[in-house]
Design a protein around this ligand. Structure first.
Ligand SMILES: [Zn+2]
Length: 446
């Protein structure tokens, strides 16, 4: 509780500092302001083929028309932004981020350091930078799946973004996350010492439901649950993951969240915990490193989403001859083939990266290349981060698409991401809510 109050005070304080400085760039467009954006090509988020020479008409913060140059006259008096040979896409959606994590290096104290030693204000300051980093890279929407011991800090950041106080993506917040006793860090301290935990720990369906109610009451858009925790490689060389919540505990959370018309994201690697996640009715499986054929069939039957986060597991493996080093390599070895099976079977897949699990200075879009490496076409990979992401978030037609009625969240890259998916690492134009946040592409008139 004290942490929450602190974070609130810090955000209010930073808010005032920002207001004292430049704030005009973040102001929303007047509802009558009309902008026309044109370029060489448009990947609209749902169509299987790009469209040539698009002209996109934006009124206020919404897209009102999309057509090929020359078929309509642009509205009289409109501000025209000509992006020349660029490719326009919908603002990207990362369905698995942690703005309160910074890819902490073990040598510098790792995860524990930030919960034990960092002032709340420092963590908030870095979360503000992380939110800005997401937007700069073209991610105009993120589902941030828990604050790692920073309480309800994401709710304040979201408010500051929505009010135009700080730049950042549309944020779907999950607040504290839920696991069980023995099911989350910090760990390994003397039993006599009380240490903070990176998630809200519950035991039993009553506590589980209460935690969900508390988090929903404080503004959670999603509930995040950890269904597996520790993992290791056993004598047979198989990946084993410790399960956390029981099916009954998870069902209490899912029932409560669904009653509020909210959804539940479940961290689950494999095995018993993953099975419980499916049996308990999770809406999205996070990571899903090793899905059995039966589990894939169950996901299809239940309409469960997979948010695979492929790239993060390639970061900083421990030395190969250590137990954790073996685990790190095994995670990578099983993940790709499992993703391929799920993709071929038709599991609904949304783009997620776990950024924060790796530093925010790294390109978020590196995930696209892994999706393509394991079988997605570049168009499928783009759609996983646009229309599919919006579908997961229950915002189809408004987010992840360039079409009339959608929010004017529009980005552009200089080249063709269907030829080289890594073009998405260099987003040169970002408009969110009808307001240009970044524009470094050479325009046609220059
Ligand atoms: Zn995560």
């Amino acid at each position: 509780m004290r942490l929450m109050l602190c974070l609130g005070a810090v955000i209010a304080c930073l808010t005032r500092l920002c207001l004292a400085g430049e704030s005009t760039a973040l102001g929303a467009n007047a509802p009558t302001h009309v902008t026309v954006v044109r370029a060489r090509a448009l990947i609209d988020g749902t169509s299987s083929q790009p469209r040539s020479n698009p002209e996109i008409v934006i009124r206020g913060n919404r897209i009102v028309d999309v057509y090929a140059v020359g078929t309509h006259a642009p509205p009289r008096g409109a501000e025209v932004i000509d992006l020349g040979g660029a490719t326009i896409l919908p603002g990207l959606i990362d369905c698995h981020t942690h703005i309160f994590l910074q890819g902490e290096v073990p040598a510098a104290g790792g995860y524990d350091e930030q919960l034990l030693k960092f002032p709340a204000s420092y963590r908030v300051a870095r979360a503000i930078v992380a939110a800005r980093r997401a937007l700069e890279q073209g991610f105009t929407t993120i589902r941030d799946v828990e604050t790692e011991g920073a309480g309800y800090g994401d709710i304040g950041i979201k408010q500051a973004i929505d009010e135009g106080v700080i730049p950042g993506p549309r944020l779907f917040a999950s607040t504290r996350a839920i696991s069980t006793t023995g099911g989350y860090n910090l760990e390994g301290y003397a039993p006599e010492i009380q240490v903070p935990k990176g998630a809200q720990l519950i035991d039993g369906p009553v506590e589980a439901r209460k935690a969900a109610r508390e988090q929903l009451d404080h503004g959670a858009d999603w509930i995040k649950v950890y269904m597996t925790h520790r993992s290791w490689v056993d004598e047979q060389g198989a990946l084993v993951s410790q399960p956390t919540l029981t099916v009954e505990e998870l069902k209490a959370i899912v029932d409560e969240a669904h009653g509020w018309r909210k959804k539940v994201a479940c961290h689950a690697y494999n095995g018993i915990g993953l099975q419980r996640a499916l049996d308990g009715g999770c809406d999205s499986i996070e990571h899903g490193l090793e899905l059995s054929d039966a589990q894939i069939a169950q996901m299809i039957r239940q309409g469960t989403w997979l948010v695979p986060t492929l790239a993060v597991y390639y970061y900083d493996p421990d030395p190969p001859d250590t137990p954790t080093g073996k685990r790190d390599r095994k995670r990578v070895a099983v993940h790709g083939p499992s993703f391929q099976k799920a993709l071929r079977a038709g599991v609904r897949i949304a783009f997620g990266t776990d950024v924060g699990g790796f530093p925010w200075t790294e390109p978020i879009a590196q995930e696209f290349a892994r999706e393509v490496e394991f079988g997605m076409t570049p168009m499928q990979a783009i759609q996983s981060a646009t229309a599919r992401g919006a579908e997961l978030l229950g915002r189809s037609g408004e987010l992840g698409i360039v079409a009339p009625g959608a929010y004017a969240d529009v980005i552009a890259v200089a080249g063709d991401p269907l030829v080289d998916i890594n073009e998405l690492k260099s987003v040169g134009f970002v408009m969110k809510d009808g307001v240009v946040f970044k524009s470094t592409l050479k325009s046609a008139s220059q």
